[in-house]
Design a protein around this ligand. Structure first.
Ligand code: ZN
Length: 249
């Protein structure tokens, strides 16, 4: 059995070599009036915790970093409650985390992301960090929905993920039931994606700050999805770590 260590709460002299460190990232962004502003970060942090615990059950030692709470929000930045970080600032900020963190104890870092807008800035951060780090250090990035095949979303929810829809609502119900308030929520149909778009059209699409039908959310489906994501990710990571141990690369 391995260990899961909260790196913000543990002095470094009590940390031995870690197999993996996880950095969750999300956003402070309007999610209608039914979900908390921190939804994306809360989900990323929960996925990171579950992945850490599943990897420790497989014998690996995992460090959890405090999340990057703020993200880059483009389409919902005009809505009350949203905080957006300039994408270059965000990218540089995360690049600095990734380049100052490695030590003899830490040589593999995985970002688990919960906010769509962070994808490009954080992928650049990872690439730039790899250029600055010593060549043996490994860094990875993925958003939680990348770990889920389409069929799983369709079977559990009958839809693919949309902003603050029944999927995110279900996940938050499973993590923090009292954080969800569905009073006054009506379904909002997503509009067809067009090749050419104006800012005003994008803002109209997100006028309510959510899409889909959050009333269809369920705590049980959210719990199942969180478990599926964590299990699939832990499985993939464990395989990579084991292959590295026996020298297959
Ligand atoms: Zn979200």
């Amino acid at each position: 059995m391995g260990k899961v260590i909260d790196l913000a709460l543990t002095p470094p002299n009590r940390i031995e070599k870690l197999d993996l460190v996880i950095l969750p990232s999300g956003a402070i962004e309007r999610h209608g009036n039914h979900l908390p502003l921190g939804t994306d970060t809360i989900i990323a942090q929960e996925v990171a915790r579950r992945v850490g615990s599943k990897l420790s059950q497989r014998g690996f030692d995992v460090g959890l970093l405090p999340p990057v709470w703020y993200g880059y929000t483009w389409s919902l930045r005009h809505l009350d409650g949203t905080v957006s970080i300039d994408p270059h600032t965000l990218s540089k900020y995360v690049e600095d985390i990734l380049t100052t963190l490695p030590s003899p104890r830490i040589s593999r870092i995985l970002i688990i992301n919960g906010h769509g807008g962070n994808k490009e800035p954080l992928e650049v951060a990872v690439k730039e960090a790899l250029l600055r780090l010593s060549p043996g250090i490994k860094v990875g990035f993925l958003s939680w929905w990348d770990a889920v095949p389409k069929e799983v979303f369709l079977e559990l929810f009958g839809t693919m993920p949309l902003h603050a829809c029944e999927i995110e609502t279900s996940m938050i119900m499973a993590i923090c039931e009292e954080c969800v308030d569905l009073r006054g929520v009506e379904p909002v149909e997503p509009k067809d994606r067009k090749l050419l778009k104006s800012l005003s059209e994008v803002r109209m699409t997100f006028a309510e700050g959510y899409l889909g039908d959050p009333r269809r959310a369920s705590k049980e489906a959210g719990e199942r999805l969180l478990e599926i994501i964590a299990e699939r990710l832990a499985e993939t990571i464990a395989k990579e770590l084991e292959e590295e141990e026996i020298g297959i690369e």
